[in-house]
Design a binder for this molecule. Structure first.
Ligand code: ADP
Ligand code: DP6
Ligand code: CO
Length: 340
């Protein structure tokens, strides 16, 4: 006897980044953030949860390898689910076997924790018949995961309640609102990052005053402006805010002590190339954003995709001898915000 549920969840890429927690245990951020959730064909987590009275203990496998259930984030997700479960007490005592796979590199700065915990929250919610918003459950696993619970453009409100009850994600516009928006993910390096997002943001908050300045003085205005730009489909304004926010997150990381360095030479080359491309075009055609890793995400309109792919092919060819990252090649995924 058992019940099995399988869910798929895509990654999301923040254009206004979450970087810094005001509460480490509850995963409460120092600022609101805003992202686009990608489609369900490319970068996704797929999670199957099976509950059975015959299982002796809870177990989890990630990408085919058994991991420890002692992970406090995993435990917090389960706790949040149990608080809202509508199953009988009898079935609640059944043990779980959780199996999750990402179809893209894990812990490489491509938002695997976002897709992974959003997917886990969705699967557990289905299993335990939890209704309503589940972004708070996903947040208990990884902050950015709360935004992957919804498709399209999503804002995570930092909230003000000390319990975190109002620190939830809400969709601000569905993907269909801006149907010609495209997202290119350039995988520069797919190896595991040396400093996880959690450790990197903690160190940055503790040692870089610029991060607090950004959260308090820059983001509140910028997030309203970018939200308005999305609602008006004003690409130029959207692009500038996106690039500035990514640059400033990495500037804060560099100002940490010791510095957290996520972007590499190839990342910087991409930044330079995109600025050159925009400034020699009749309008801003592309925006870049970097998460905690060297990989670039580019935002652009459908009509400009072919031209940009040509430029990337020309300037970032897949084989150049004296640079490891180049030699690995840059794989490109073209995707668009998803409906949910
Ligand atoms: P990323 O940039 O990929 O989000 P993070 O450092 O934020 O990297 O998080 C990586 C961690 O997220 C992994 O070590 C793992 O603990 C967790 N994670 C990633 N994918 C999944 C998944 N599918 N299911 C559960 N947890 C996951
Ligand atoms: C750079 O959500 O991975 O991708 O909450 O500690 O799990 P934890 O961190 P995580 O951080 C994401 C950082 C980011 C920016 C963003 O997605 O907003
Ligand atoms: Co992450």
């Amino acid at each position: 006897m058992s019940i099995t549920v399988t869910c798929v969840a895509p990654v999301n890429i923040a254009v206004i980044k979450y970087w810094g927690k005001r509460d480490e245990d509850l995963i409460l951020p120092i600022n609101d953030s805003l992202s686009a959730t990608l489609d369900t064909e490319h970068l996704c987590a797929k999670t199957t949860v099976r509950a059975s009275p015959e299982f002796k203990e809870n177990k989890i496998w990630l990408n085919g390898r058994e991991e420890s259930m002692d992970n406090p984030r995993l435990q917090n997700c389960l706790k949040e689910i149990m608080k809202r479960s509508q199953l009988s007490k009898d079935m609640e005592s059944w043990k779980l076997h959780i199996c999750s796979e990402n179809n893209f590199p894990t812990a490489a700065g491509l938002a695997s924790s976002a897709a992974g915990y959003a997917c886990l929250a969705a699967a557990l919610a289905k299993l335990y018949k939890v209704e309503g918003d589940i972004s708070g459950i996903a947040r208990a696993g990884s902050g950015s995961a709360c935004r992957s619970v919804y498709g399209g453009f999503v804002r995570w409100y930092k909230g003000s309640d000390p319990t975190g009850i109002d620190s939830i994600a809400k969709p601000i516009a569905p993907a269909s609102h801006w149907p010609d928006m495209r997202i290119l993910v350039l995988v520069v390096n797919d190896s595991k990052k040396k400093v996880s997002s959690a450790i990197g943001m903690k160190r940055t908050l503790l040692t870089s005053e610029f991060l607090t300045y950004k959260a308090e003085k820059i983001i509140p205005k910028r997030i309203e402006q970018i939200q308005e730009a999305i609602l008006k489909k004003d690409f130029e304004t959207f692009a500038e805010h996106t690039m500035r926010d990514s640059n400033e997150m990495h500037a804060a990381c560099l100002a940490a002590y010791p510095p957290c360095i996520y972007m590499n030479d190839t990342s910087h080359l991409i930044v330079e190339l995109m600025h050159q491309y925009n400034s020699t075009s009749d309008r801003t055609k592309v925006a870049y954003s970097f998460d905690a890793g060297p990989n670039a995400t580019l935002f652009l309109l459908e009509k400009d995709v072919a031209e940009l792919l040509g430029i990337l092919d020309h300037y970032l060819p897949p084989a150049v001898d004296n640079n490891l990252e180049y030699r690995k090649g840059i794989s490109i995924e073209v995707t668009s915000p998803s409906q949910s």
